[in-house]
Design a protein around this ligand. Structure first.
Ligand code: NBX
Length: 801
């Protein structure tokens, strides 16, 4: 949009007057933020209406991304960037003695997600709007997002995230789009006048679902899509729906708080209610919208695609069936045909403990009609498959097994597409984990390697590097991340390498100042900034990183004058509150940090900064300053990873196992520009097959590993008598589930390669450049375009910009 500084200042002052009755100079940053947020929303409201109208008039097919998590982070700067008014607003504010950065401080992170899965959903929303694709999000408006993390005596402490307290300028409550969701009670099927069996509900609870819309602004293209998040309310008054105080509380709990587990499935009733709540509300509103256009329900797949992001929204399958059967009165066959055409599903994990299986009794109790439909889907599936392929395969793939509903089976059987999130992950789905389903439905399986919103992860968070890119290769990369490839021509150009290195130095100094100010840790920007930022989980092996740090420490203690490349190890990681082992690792990292950071023998060659409360905003500060990207999960465990993509885009060199998208990163940058170590997936599977992994033997025969592990139990590392023993036992006594000891020496070698390369400035500079230049293929723009074409069958709309 076009906006002048003068006009902006006028608008901004007016907003402050209207909203807070205050002058610019008397307002706090919270008021500046509130006014600016609502002004920006007004700026894009015309585009919003235009996009909406265009979709209706052109009868555009639209896709709806159902996800129980969205993790957008802060929205102000991203909206300014995408509207093309970032500089005007920054200059306008400055002329009123306001720093945009100070206004941004007042915005809380919107953290309605745990990690990769939720952040991916938000990257897709940004990219879809920016590619003019008609894609909307559907999820839950939690009153409390992911907990805030503090460290007390090195332990993780969780505090509530009351992100809505100061008001949320981006959302719009859509009272008139509320729908009702039924839960509980019992069902009887009674014939109506024409003999159709119609379900009658007894004692069901009727909940009111209120949508709050947050708008997704495309990058300089005038497209504005919608992220619809549902909040529960108790219906005003309905006879027979009188609720006691406890019952009201129970209802309100449904959208109160995000489950903080990112890998273990938590089989609580409330979670199942959350899942059904947003699925039912979302599908009802989509069908209502569709029917208002006057089109026939039979044509639904021509105009609507529904995406199931992991299994949490898998009840989309029986819920759409319910709507088609009970409300549109279609036959089972017609309804099933439509449902399978509309639905598609993404799998995000191979870890068995993350797979959702709900006890049938619980499903029947909470969503009785849905349970009936699931039973019928299961019955027909078993009959078909047994007849056509055989009973064994039918029994292994059916939805209901051992009194549990297998949500992944439901999602695969009830949709036309199942995809993994990186090549190796999709291959493992086909060949191992979901092999039986692959035999039944080979055509349904496909890969969609994840991507990232490169605007947020480069333009917005790394202005310094963005400037260098503009000077070197022009500005096309800002719209087309593929154009980053143009940088490759400069791989030997010392001037360009120097500029990139200077941008990195600038960002490292900023991060160092932040770390000093917030956590009183002194770090030198001359050291390697080695970064591992992701959820804390045993399979991601933060412990491998820690073991190496302890080794470096012990080496330096033995020989304080040893010439060692200075390193700062930066961690950011939250542990699920119920995941004790992950919390133990946090405590150990913090205690090693306290020990190392204050030891004068180390002479500053080694520093550890475990920054608390890792979230999107902190990621935006860390990533531009990273030299090394730690992607060290045990091969075959990380479905894709996305911080690996963000870090390479910002010129960090990846130190990685051949896992998830690391493999594709290696292919993109070439072997000489990445450091690979560790077991391959095949080797890991071989250990499983032969059942011959022996961690104790490694501990007993490898003197380095022996010495490092002993440091956890012999008092070398203070204050971890319990935790150190737990770590030691997990590795030696319980045979090291994620082969940390097996990969240790190879990892150490990898770290040595990194240190040597870093000392050769030109070599290192070239590696950084090659990473930036080849990051374009991991743009989420490309990823959503593949989903659009191959899975959703939707097309971009015409735009004027
Ligand atoms: O999804 C992550 C994977 O671990 C990553 O490898 C992948 O890159 C990313 C995006 O595809 N999975 C993930 O973040 N899962 C969850 O957050 C999660 C949340 C709730 C739950 C299970 C998993 N019940």
């Amino acid at each position: 949009m076009s906006l002048t500084v003068t006009q902006f200042k006028k608008d901004f002052k007016k907003r402050l007057h209207e909203k807070y009755a205050i002058e610019v100079e008397d307002a706090s940053n919270v008021e500046w933020y509130g006014a600016l947020g609502s002004l920006v929303k007004a700026y894009y409201s015309k585009s919003l209406r235009k996009t909406h109208k265009q979709y209706i008039e052109e009868e555009t097919k639209q896709a709806y991304y159902f996800s129980i998590e969205f993790l957008p982070g802060k929205m102000l700067k991203s909206n300014l960037l995408n509207l093309g008014i970032l500089d005007v607003v920054r200059d306008g504010l400055k002329s009123m003695s306001i720093e945009l950065e100070d206004v941004m401080e007042a915005e809380p992170d919107m953290a309605l997600g745990n990690g990769g899965l939720g952040r991916l959903a938000s990257c897709f929303m940004d990219s879809a709007a920016s590619c003019a694709l008609p894609v909307h999000g559907n999820g839950i408006r939690y009153d409390y997002g992911l907990f805030k993390q503090r460290f007390v005596d090195g332990y993780q402490v969780e505090l509530p995230d009351s992100w809505l307290q100061g008001g949320n300028p981006w959302e719009v409550r859509r009272e008139n789009k509320a729908v009702e969701v039924r839960m509980g009670g019992t069902i009887a099927l009674v014939p109506d006048n024409s003999g159709n069996l119609i379900p009658r509900y007894y004692n069901a609870k009727v909940l009111r679902a209120i949508p709050y819309d947050t708008h997704m602004v495309g990058y300089e293209n005038g497209v504005v899509n919608n992220l619809r998040l549902w909040s529960v309310e108790i219906p005003v008054t309905e006879e027979g729906n009188y609720l006691t105080l406890e019952e009201r509380q129970e209802v309100e709990n449904i959208t109160a708080v995000l489950y903080p587990d990112d890998s273990n499935y938590d089989g609580r009733q409330l979670r199942l209610k959350q899942e059904y709540f947003f699925v039912s509300a979302g599908l009802q509103s989509i069908v209502n919208y569709y029917l208002r256009s006057g089109q026939a329900i039979e044509e639904l797949p021509e105009k609507v695609a529904v995406h199931i992001n992991d299994t949490h929204p898998a009840m989309c399958v029986p819920e759409l069936m319910r709507i088609l059967l009970d409300e549109a009165h279609l036959s089972w066959e017609k309804a099933w045909n439509i449902t399978v055409k509309v639905m598609s599903y993404t799998n995000h994990t191979l870890m068995a403990e993350a797979l959702e299986k709900w006890p049938t009794q619980m499903v029947e109790e909470i969503v009785p009609r849905i349970y009936q439909i699931i039973q019928e889907i299961d019955r027909r599936f078993v009959a078909d498959v047994s007849e056509q392929v055989g009973c064994d395969i039918a029994n292994r793939t059916r939805i209901i097994q051992n009194d549990h509903v297998h949500m992944a089976h439901l999602a695969i059987i009830g949709s036309h597409s199942t995809n993994g999130v990186a090549k190796i992950h999709s291959d493992l789905l086909k060949n191992v984990v979901l092999h039986d389903f692959y035999l039944l439905y080979p055509e349904r399986f496909n890969n969609k390697t994840n991507g990232i919103a490169e605007r947020r992860w480069l333009q917005l968070s790394n202005e310094e590097l963005s400037g260098v890119l503009d000077e070197t290769i022009g500005k096309t990369w800002r719209k087309d991340p593929g154009a980053l490839k143009l940088l490759e021509a400069y791989r030997k150009d010392k001037k360009v390498l120097k500029k990139i290195a200077q941008a990195k130095q600038h960002n490292k100094k900023n991060l160092a100042a932040f770390i000093k100010q917030e956590y009183d840790i002194e770090v030198s920007s001359d050291a390697i900034f080695d970064v591992q930022i992701k959820r804390l989980h045993a399979y991601k092996r933060q412990l491998l990183n820690l073991l190496h740090i302890v080794k470096l420490y012990l080496d330096l203690k033995e020989n304080p004058d040893r010439h060692e490349q200075a390193r700062v190890f930066i961690f950011g990681a939250k542990a699920a509150p119920s995941y004790d082992y992950a919390k133990t690792i946090i405590k150990c990292i913090n205690e090693v940090a306290a020990m190392v950071n204050h030891d004068p023998d180390i002479k500053g060659k080694l520093k550890i900064a475990f920054l608390p409360n890792y979230n999107v905003s902190l990621a935006e500060k860390i990533i531009p300053a990273a030299d090394v990207s730690e992607q060290i999960s045990l091969a075959s465990k990380e479905a894709s990873g996305t911080s690996n993509m963000k870090l390479m885009l910002n010129g960090a060199v990846t130190l990685a196992t051949l896992d998830g998208a690391n493999i594709e990163i290696k292919d993109a940058v070439g072997e000489e520009n990445i450091v690979i170590f560790g077991l391959t997936t095949e080797e890991v599977y071989q250990y499983y097959r032969n059942n011959n992994y022996n961690a104790r033997e490694i501990y007993e025969n490898d003197p380095t590993i022996h010495r490092v592990l002993n440091a956890f139990i012999d008092g070398t590392i203070p204050n971890i008598s319990r935790e150190g023993q737990e770590i030691f036992d997990s590795l030696v006594k319980y045979n090291d589930e994620y082969f940390t000891l097996r990969d240790f020496n190879d990892y150490v070698k990898g770290q040595e390669t990194i240190a040597a390369a870093y000392q050769d400035t030109e070599r290192w500079g070239e590696m950084c450049l090659m990473n930036i230049a080849n990051a374009g293929r991991f743009s989420a723009d490309q990823t959503v375009e593949r989903y659009a074409e191959d899975i959703w069958h939707i097309e971009a709309v015409a735009t004027e910009e």
